[in-house]
Design a protein. Structure first.
Length: 101
């Protein structure tokens, strides 16, 4: 196996772990963490795609852009989780789904 095939297996493994985590967890903070795992799979795929296409710099710059955008999304998501915890006393999705309007 060459390094790109090993990297693709790592991408598939990370993506699988992320999808499984989304399906089984009910905690809002854990969902944000699992979404981070999914994004790391996408970043690794971008880098591998750039490497396979002969443009490693392009793949790395796209990955850096995704990392910056994902960090902002994670910060906002965690801030919202903290506010939900303060207001409702729980970060469980079933408790959050009782909110209306």
């Amino acid at each position: 196996m060459n390094p790109i095939q090993i990297g693709l297996l790592a991408v598939l493994a990370l993506f699988g772990v992320g999808c499984y985590g989304i399906l089984i967890t009910r905690n809002l903070i854990k969902i944000v963490i699992v979404l981070q795992v999914l994004v790391k799979a996408a970043v690794l795929a971008l880098v591998l795609g750039g490497q396979a296409g002969g443009q490693a710099g392009l793949g790395q710059s796209l990955a850096a852009t995704v990392i910056v955008a994902d960090t902002m999304v994670a910060v906002v998501g965690l801030a919202m989780a903290v506010q939900v915890r303060r207001r409702l006393g729980s970060v469980d999705l079933s408790a959050i789904s009782t909110l209306r309007g």
